[in-house]
Design a protein around this ligand. Sequence first.
Ligand SMILES: [Cu+2]
Length: 122
Amino acid sequence: MKKTFSLIPMACAALLATAPLLASDPNQHHGHHGHTMPASSQEATTTGTLHQIDPEAGTVNLTHPAIPELGWPEMTMDLPVTNRVDLTSFSPGDEVKFTLRLGRDQQYRIVEMEVKGLRVRD
Ligand SMILES: [Cu+2]
């Protein structure tokens, strides 16, 4: 008997289909960006679908769309999360909005993350 494929690729497709919400976020604010833009961006806010969450290791596995600010294609990957983000409040399958920031060690980390859809802010 053959195993069925995981649902993850379908989740990616669904995410891409809903990508237009990336296009504009009138409520975005970047109060900590007081200086001129660096040559390449060290921070980007985007969306994703969580697949795995490891609070002990401080990592998540997620699928994110292309991130033009960083020159990243759309992909499924593991990302470290800073201890400012409480991973115990997330579940696999959550659609999230998150901010990546480049550390001095040239490693991108998620510095902020929230579930989309549950909490509506305006
Ligand atoms: Cu990636």
